[in-house]
Design a protein around this ligand. Structure first.
Ligand code: FES
Ligand code: FES
Length: 160
Protein backbone atom coordinates (compact mmCIF):
# COMPACT_ATOMS: atom_id res chain seq x y z
CA UNK A 1 0.00 0.00 0.00
CA UNK A 2 1.29 3.43 -0.89
CA UNK A 3 2.19 5.85 1.87
CA UNK A 4 3.68 9.31 2.20
CA UNK A 5 7.36 9.27 3.08
CA UNK A 6 9.44 12.39 3.72
CA UNK A 7 13.18 12.84 3.73
CA UNK A 8 15.77 15.46 2.85
CA UNK A 9 17.12 15.15 -0.66
CA UNK A 10 19.93 17.38 -1.84
CA UNK A 11 19.26 19.78 1.04
CA UNK A 12 15.53 20.11 0.41
CA UNK A 13 12.64 18.29 2.08
CA UNK A 14 10.72 16.03 -0.27
CA UNK A 15 7.63 13.92 0.30
CA UNK A 16 6.84 11.01 -2.01
CA UNK A 17 3.83 8.74 -2.16
CA UNK A 18 5.26 5.28 -2.73
CA UNK A 19 5.15 1.71 -1.57
CA UNK A 20 7.34 1.53 1.48
CA UNK A 21 9.17 -1.43 0.00
CA UNK A 22 10.05 0.39 -3.22
CA UNK A 23 13.79 0.81 -3.42
CA UNK A 24 15.24 4.25 -2.90
CA UNK A 25 16.76 3.87 -6.38
CA UNK A 26 13.30 3.38 -7.91
CA UNK A 27 11.94 6.37 -6.05
CA UNK A 28 14.82 8.62 -7.13
CA UNK A 29 14.67 7.61 -10.78
CA UNK A 30 10.98 6.94 -11.38
CA UNK A 31 9.13 9.09 -8.87
CA UNK A 32 11.48 12.06 -8.66
CA UNK A 33 13.00 11.94 -12.17
CA UNK A 34 16.53 12.08 -10.80
CA UNK A 35 18.19 9.73 -13.26
CA UNK A 36 21.79 10.59 -12.40
CA UNK A 37 21.79 7.67 -9.98
CA UNK A 38 22.19 4.61 -12.20
CA UNK A 39 20.45 1.23 -12.24
CA UNK A 40 23.22 -1.27 -12.89
CA UNK A 41 22.75 -4.70 -11.37
CA UNK A 42 19.87 -3.93 -9.00
CA UNK A 43 21.40 -6.45 -6.58
CA UNK A 44 23.94 -4.51 -4.57
CA UNK A 45 26.87 -5.75 -6.66
CA UNK A 46 28.06 -2.88 -8.85
CA UNK A 47 27.78 0.39 -6.91
CA UNK A 48 26.27 2.36 -9.81
CA UNK A 49 23.33 3.37 -7.61
CA UNK A 50 25.37 4.72 -4.68
CA UNK A 51 24.07 7.78 -2.83
CA UNK A 52 24.92 9.30 0.53
CA UNK A 53 22.46 8.58 3.32
CA UNK A 54 23.31 10.50 6.47
CA UNK A 55 26.84 10.95 5.10
CA UNK A 56 27.41 7.24 4.40
CA UNK A 57 27.77 5.84 0.90
CA UNK A 58 24.93 3.33 0.45
CA UNK A 59 23.66 1.35 -2.54
CA UNK A 60 20.20 2.74 -3.13
CA UNK A 61 18.96 -0.39 -4.92
CA UNK A 62 19.22 -2.24 -1.61
CA UNK A 63 17.38 0.29 0.57
CA UNK A 64 13.59 0.38 1.01
CA UNK A 65 12.35 3.95 0.80
CA UNK A 66 10.41 3.51 4.05
CA UNK A 67 13.77 3.04 5.79
CA UNK A 68 15.04 6.49 4.79
CA UNK A 69 12.13 8.45 6.27
CA UNK A 70 13.69 11.45 8.01
CA UNK A 71 17.16 10.79 6.61
CA UNK A 72 19.39 13.23 4.73
CA UNK A 73 20.19 11.97 1.24
CA UNK A 74 22.60 13.40 -1.30
CA UNK A 75 22.48 12.10 -4.86
CA UNK A 76 24.83 13.02 -7.68
CA UNK A 77 22.49 15.88 -8.57
CA UNK A 78 23.22 17.44 -5.19
CA UNK A 79 26.99 17.42 -5.49
CA UNK A 80 27.27 20.73 -7.28
CA UNK A 81 26.22 23.81 -5.34
CA UNK A 82 25.51 27.32 -6.61
CA UNK A 83 26.63 26.30 -10.08
CA UNK A 84 30.02 24.99 -8.96
CA UNK A 85 31.05 21.39 -9.34
CA UNK A 86 32.24 19.56 -6.25
CA UNK A 87 36.03 19.02 -6.08
CA UNK A 88 35.49 15.30 -6.70
CA UNK A 89 33.56 16.06 -9.87
CA UNK A 90 36.25 18.50 -11.01
CA UNK A 91 38.95 15.92 -10.36
CA UNK A 92 37.10 13.29 -12.41
CA UNK A 93 37.07 15.76 -15.32
CA UNK A 94 40.73 16.74 -14.84
CA UNK A 95 41.82 13.09 -14.85
CA UNK A 96 39.45 12.03 -17.66
CA UNK A 97 38.14 9.40 -15.28
CA UNK A 98 35.16 8.28 -17.32
CA UNK A 99 34.67 6.60 -20.68
CA UNK A 100 30.97 5.74 -21.04
CA UNK A 101 30.30 7.44 -17.70
CA UNK A 102 27.74 4.93 -16.50
CA UNK A 103 29.62 4.08 -13.31
CA UNK A 104 30.68 7.68 -12.66
CA UNK A 105 27.84 8.93 -10.41
CA UNK A 106 28.21 5.89 -8.16
CA UNK A 107 32.00 6.24 -8.15
CA UNK A 108 31.77 9.90 -7.17
CA UNK A 109 29.26 9.26 -4.41
CA UNK A 110 31.26 6.35 -3.03
CA UNK A 111 34.41 8.48 -3.16
CA UNK A 112 32.61 11.23 -1.27
CA UNK A 113 31.60 8.78 1.44
CA UNK A 114 35.18 7.55 1.62
CA UNK A 115 36.63 11.07 1.93
CA UNK A 116 34.10 12.05 4.59
CA UNK A 117 35.23 9.21 6.82
CA UNK A 118 38.89 9.39 5.83
CA UNK A 119 39.86 12.83 4.46
CA UNK A 120 43.49 11.90 3.77
CA UNK A 121 43.45 8.33 2.50
CA UNK A 122 46.56 6.54 1.28
CA UNK A 123 46.52 5.04 -2.21
CA UNK A 124 45.84 1.66 -0.66
CA UNK A 125 42.97 3.04 1.38
CA UNK A 126 41.48 4.59 -1.76
CA UNK A 127 41.80 1.25 -3.59
CA UNK A 128 40.23 -0.62 -0.69
CA UNK A 129 37.44 1.94 -0.33
CA UNK A 130 36.56 1.81 -4.02
CA UNK A 131 37.14 -1.84 -4.86
CA UNK A 132 33.50 -2.84 -4.77
CA UNK A 133 32.43 -0.22 -7.31
CA UNK A 134 32.67 -1.70 -10.79
CA UNK A 135 33.67 0.05 -14.01
CA UNK A 136 33.01 -1.95 -17.17
CA UNK A 137 35.29 0.41 -19.09
CA UNK A 138 38.25 -0.26 -16.81
CA UNK A 139 38.96 3.36 -15.92
CA UNK A 140 40.13 2.36 -12.48
CA UNK A 141 43.54 4.01 -12.40
CA UNK A 142 42.19 7.36 -13.54
CA UNK A 143 39.35 7.11 -11.00
CA UNK A 144 41.87 6.46 -8.22
CA UNK A 145 44.01 9.39 -9.41
CA UNK A 146 40.97 11.66 -9.36
CA UNK A 147 40.07 10.70 -5.81
CA UNK A 148 43.64 11.36 -4.64
CA UNK A 149 43.51 14.81 -6.26
CA UNK A 150 40.08 15.52 -4.76
CA UNK A 151 41.34 14.55 -1.31
CA UNK A 152 44.16 17.07 -1.65
CA UNK A 153 41.82 19.81 -2.83
CA UNK A 154 39.25 19.14 -0.12
CA UNK A 155 41.86 19.17 2.63
CA UNK A 156 43.09 22.68 1.71
CA UNK A 157 42.00 25.19 4.26
CA UNK A 158 39.69 27.86 2.92
CA UNK A 159 41.55 31.09 2.16
CA UNK A 160 40.86 33.94 4.58
S1 FES B 1 22.44 -1.08 -9.12
FE1 FES B 1 22.73 -1.00 -6.98
S2 FES B 1 24.61 -2.02 -6.63
FE2 FES B 1 24.25 -2.27 -8.77
S1 FES C 1 33.35 4.62 -17.43
FE1 FES C 1 32.08 3.12 -18.38
S2 FES C 1 31.50 1.83 -16.73
FE2 FES C 1 32.97 3.15 -15.84
Amino acid sequence: MKQKISFTLNRETVTVTANGTDSLLTVLREYLDLTGTKFGCGQGECGACTVLIDNKAIRSCMVAVEDVAGAAIISIEGMSENGSLHPIQKAFITHDSMQCGFCTPGMIMNAYGLLLRNPKPSRTEIINGMEENLCRCGSYNRILDAIATAAQEMSKKPKL
